[in-house]
Design a protein around this ligand. Structure first.
Ligand SMILES: [Zn+2]
Length: 202
């Protein structure tokens, strides 16, 4: 087999959820694909690292060069409710419900000492600055995945808010029920809507 093809198969097989046979099939698909498709595909890969940036306010993804993401810069968004999620994909899932008009904060994961993820590794600092800089009372809806890490993440947020003397202006809420899938990313709209509608103060 030509070296170039071998290398391509190897690169594809490093992608998650791809078996070696699938990698080979995909490599042959690309080999036989039209040149303009390959060019387009190549340029999307090139642009991944150079044309995507993180919003300096909430940590979500945006086009590089923008000052802040669409949600943070929108005048129609309710800035006093911050929905705290682990990943950008969770934001997309919640936004798909078309129901809520709040802003977000993306932590980049949740605290998990077992996996060597600590508070300093996550996007907490900017969250507390946002609360500090907001003149009005804030609701912080913690919508991280309902697992054991949730406890540690929520406890840390509560503790820091109280340490910073911000408790008087923050109401912390959480999703009302465990999602059957265990992940927000995989939950359907109705489950998400119910979990949010019946959110509880903690
Ligand atoms: Zn933003």
């Amino acid at each position: 087999m030509p070296e170039v093809l071998k290398r391509l198969i190897n690169n594809i097989s490093l992608l998650p959820w791809i078996w070696e046979k699938t990698a080979t099939k995909l490599a042959f698909f690309l080999l036989n694909a039209k040149s303009d498709y390959i060019e387009n595909f190549k340029s999307s890969l090139d642009d991944l690292k150079s044309k995507i940036a993180k919003c300096p306010i909430c940590g979500s993804l945006m086009n590089a060069g923008q000052e802040s993401c669409k949600i943070c810069s929108s005048i129609n968004r309710e800035k006093n409710i911050i929905c705290v999620v682990e990943e950008y994909l969770d934001l997309l899932t919640i936004e798909q419900t078309w129901w809520y008009n709040w802003v977000y904060h993306i932590l980049g994961g949740s605290i998990s000492p077992i996996n060597w993820v600590f508070a300093a590794d996550l996007n907490f600092k900017k969250l507390f600055t946002r609360i500090e800089n907001n003149e009005d009372k804030i609701e912080l809806l913690i919508a991280t995945n309902p697992n054991i890490e949730w406890e540690a993440t929520t406890a840390y947020i509560k503790e820091e808010i109280s340490k910073l003397g911000l408790s008087y202006k923050v109401k912390i809420t959480r999703l009302s029920r465990w999602l059957s899938s265990g992940y927000i990313e995989y939950a359907d709209n109705i489950t998400i809507l119910n979990a949010i509608k019946e959110r509880k103060e903690i």
